[in-house]
Design a binder for this molecule. Structure first.
Ligand SMILES: [Zn+2]
Length: 134
């Protein structure tokens, strides 16, 4: 029986183990299934099913190069998304503690800590001074 499985998986993408894209698809499938069962979004049941079939299709595929490339682009997109959210989080944190002003003359962005009251801001680029409330 073990031999049968080994032979069955030989030369297939799944024989190298589950890649990140497959794992992601399977997790997504489980989430879709749970949501479909406890919400009015019943159609998600079919989405879950389709994702499951697609995951197995990838695991059993013999076109290893193509599957490998799919996984690579998935990882790239995933990293971009993480980077985007990381930056957004950083911006939100910044805006909690700092005011961002734009120099009226050269449009340079200037970061001033909040809670300083009325202050004179000097643009580090063109040295223009302007009054602002921080
Ligand atoms: Zn300026």
């Amino acid at each position: 029986m073990r031999n049968f499985f080994l032979q069955f998986f030989q030369g297939r993408y799944g024989s190298y183990g589950m890649d990140k894209l497959t794992k992601f698809l399977l997790i997504l499938s489980v989430i879709a299934l749970i949501v479909s069962l406890c919400s009015p979004l019943g159609f998600l049941y079919y989405v879950a099913f389709a994702l499951l079939i697609y995951s197995y299709y990838r695991l059993l595929s013999k076109n290893i190069t193509k599957r490998y490339k799919e996984n690579e682009s998935f990882i790239r997109i995933n990293q971009k998304i993480r980077l985007f959210f990381g930056r957004t989080k950083h911006k939100i944190n910044q805006s909690k503690n700092y005011h961002i002003y734009v120099c009226p003359k050269c449009k340079q962005k200037i970061r001033i800590p909040r809670g300083a009251g009325k202050i004179m801001v000097r643009c580090p680029r063109c040295m223009t001074e302007f009054k602002k409330k921080a």
